[in-house]
Design a protein around this ligand. Structure first.
Ligand SMILES: [Ca+2]
Length: 386
């Protein structure tokens, strides 16, 4: 999904126009779990850690040194939680990746994904707060804008902030995101809707207002990775190969709501038929067949892959990691990573991409209050008697 990025307030301030697109507006299983396996954990690769620095740091608007976390802590693991706690093992196997209704999710291909573990839920505010407490990490949305890059801005215009969904007062055309997205000074993961909001009492809600680099920083600290797009879709489908939804073929709400999405008139009136107007506490809806919660709706989830609309033409069919670089014809030159799963703003009226094959794209510097993430761990299983 493409919305705004950390530069957006500046563009708006100067009256520039930017192209806004978005949310489509944008097995057979082999049980690989031997008895009494020993787990060899693949710690985050140096390649990914470097990638974060190379691709994201130059675009950060503050002074990188002021926000760098201790490298020693980046590769350490949380001090009290076993690595695989609250994670689900996803069996190795082939699955059909892609979905006909989205041009950037074609051609459909048979893809092999090795066994891996995935967080059962999206990363919560409580978990992210622990990470911040341990590392002192400062998210992109909390960082002031670099006056060196924007020397003509007044001091008040350099203050940090982020993008917040703001319902319109009435029905509007769906071709202009600025009617429901606003830059809010002081919005951050601690204040997802702006400085007057807080995460108190929302400890079990997914963390919001995190840019791609923020998600990678958390994952690296936790000894985990962001999922590849193939891992994410393999997990989301829960073994229902080529089904429309993560849970099979039943339409949402028939007979029950299996995901936190939007009901009513978008973006002005949410009927709350599924019980939630905004993000719900993780695990509020039924899990899929693999035991994963909120793989559809609630919040978009960052993936590791660069976004390209032609990514599915790549020849790699086993554990694909996606293209080497980003390209979005709608906004050339803006580096974007893939997001998956859709959010509480998705529906069949606007943004159908809450289905398992739907792809999202977003500027790596963007943070909003409907984007979060979850992590994976790669393992090798060895029989105890081997
Ligand atoms: Ca909802």
């Amino acid at each position: 999904m493409k919305l705004f990025n950390h530069h957006t307030p500046l563009l708006l301030l100067f009256g520039c126009t930017i192209a806004l697109a978005g949310c489509s507006p944008s097995s057979r299983h082999v049980d690989h779990t031997p008895s009494a396996p020993s787990l060899v954990v693949h710690t985050p690769s140096t390649e990914l850690a470097k990638d974060t620095l190379v691709e994201s740091a130059p675009r950060a608007l503050n002074t990188p040194d002021a926000n760098a976390i201790d490298p020693a802590k980046q590769i350490s693991q949380p001090d009290s939680q076993p690595l695989l706690e609250n994670m689900v093992q996803i069996p190795e196997g082939w699955f059909t990746m892609g979905q006909e209704e989205f041009s950037d999710a074609l051609p459909k291909r048979r893809i092999w994904v090795d066994c891996f573990w995935m967080d059962a839920t999206e990363v919560t505010n409580e978990q992210f707060a622990h990470f911040v407490d341990q590392t002192g990490y400062v998210t992109l949305a909390e960082r002031p804008i670099d006056p060196v890059q924007f020397p003509n801005l007044k001091a008040s215009q350099l203050e940090p902030g982020s993008i917040v969904f703001t319902p319109s007062e009435g029905p509007v055309s769906l071709d202009n995101h600025t009617q429901w997205w606003q830059w809010v000074k002081g919005a951050s993961w601690k204040h997802p809707e702006g400085p007057k909001s807080s995460i108190e009492g929302r400890e079990r809600h997914p963390v919001l207002q995190v840019a791609w680099a923020d998600a990678v920083a958390y994952a690296t600290w936790a000894g985990k990775l962001l999922p590849t797009e193939a891992q994410w879709e393999r997990a989301a489908r829960g073994g229902f190969d080529q089904k429309e939804f993560c849970w099979g073929d039943d339409k949402p709400g028939t007979p029950r709501w299996q995901a936190n999405i939007w009901q009513g008139s978008f973006p002005d009136s949410n009927s709350r038929a599924d019980g939630y107007v905004a993000a719900a506490p993780v695990g509020s809806f039924p899990s899929n067949a693999y035991g994963l919660f909120d793989m559809s709706g609630n919040v978009w989830e960052w993936c590791a892959d660069w976004y390209r609309p032609d990514a599915y033409f790549l020849k790699e069919l086993r554990n694909p990691k996606g293209p080497d670089s980003s390209h979005d014809p709608a906004e050339p030159g803006t580096p974007k990573r893939v997001q998956r799963g859709g959010s509480y703003l998705c529906s069949d009226v606007y943004c159908r991409r809450y289905v398992p094959g739907g792809r999202g794209k977003q500027d790596v510097e963007s943070a909003t209050n409907h984007v979060g993430f979850r992590c994976v761990v790669l393992i090798e299983t060895k029989h105890a008697n081997q």
